[in-house]
Design a protein around this ligand. Sequence first.
Ligand SMILES: Nc1nc2c(ncn2[C@@H]2O[C@H](COP(=O)(O)OP(=O)(O)OP(=O)(O)O)[C@@H](O)[C@H]2O)c(=O)[nH]1
Ligand SMILES: [Mg+2]
Length: 254
Amino acid sequence: MRVAVVVPAFNEMEQIEATLAGIPDWVDQIWVVDDGSCDATVMLATRSGDPRVRVHRHAVNQGVGRAIATGYLAAVTEGAEVVAVMAGDNQMDPTDLARVVEPVLRGEADYVKGNRFAHAERRRMPAARRLAGYGLAHVTRFATGLRIDDPQCGYTAIAASAVRRLDLDDLWPRFGYPNDLLALLAAARLRVVEIPVRPVYADERSGVRPWHVLVITGLLARRFVQRVARRAHGQGDLAGSTGEIRWRRTPGSG
Ligand SMILES: Nc1nc2c(ncn2[C@@H]2O[C@H](COP(=O)(O)OP(=O)(O)OP(=O)(O)O)[C@@H](O)[C@H]2O)c(=O)[nH]1
Ligand SMILES: [Mg+2]
């Protein structure tokens, strides 16, 4: 199957070359989606020398969720059958990529999420990230019905067939997109699987701010209301029917 990697990048001139250099040989397409950077990100990505790399530019910054949606559509249009996301800040360990795409390749999942909490090195995550992650996992489980441990992890893979079924124009464009995407996947009854991945925190910059927790909670509240309304109209998706999660020690809520 043809595998693509989408690399969302906003002002990542310090990390983009290392990110691209780490992507394994067996990946067929690499889509760097530059999200309106005002530094040398585009120049460095363009001159990477890797023939698999194509750079798509947002003229103005639109948010990481929209950048990923742009990459999904470009990759699927060009024939990719599985599309992974590896952020341009080099926070995804390339040695995990095979395991992230494998459930999609085997036809066992429509969407795979990395789960940093299930990895032996989970304590390398900053404490505030872990705390927010645990809290948002509860809210995400409740809102979507999916038994997810680490909704904020950006290391993912999606089947092209799932991309075609989702309304990506409806996806929240900024931080909070992973939670919103899970809600869209659950509503479409697509199969979601979590796989342990190594958390990587080094000297990259982060755009995440404490108040994003409130934004994400609001997004999920909106999706929960939609889910209840669907159920009231007999179109229920109510999970566990939606997601089939491995690595979960105990059944989640929802
Ligand atoms: N901050 C930010 N990042 C963007 C944007 N658009 C694309 N990105 C890319 O999205 C990726 C993730 O952004 P980060 O701000 O590091 O967020 P994160 O990795 O989810 O969170 P941390 O765990 O704190 O690093 C990076 O590769 C960014 O370059 C944007 O509008 N803002
Ligand atoms: Mg980051």
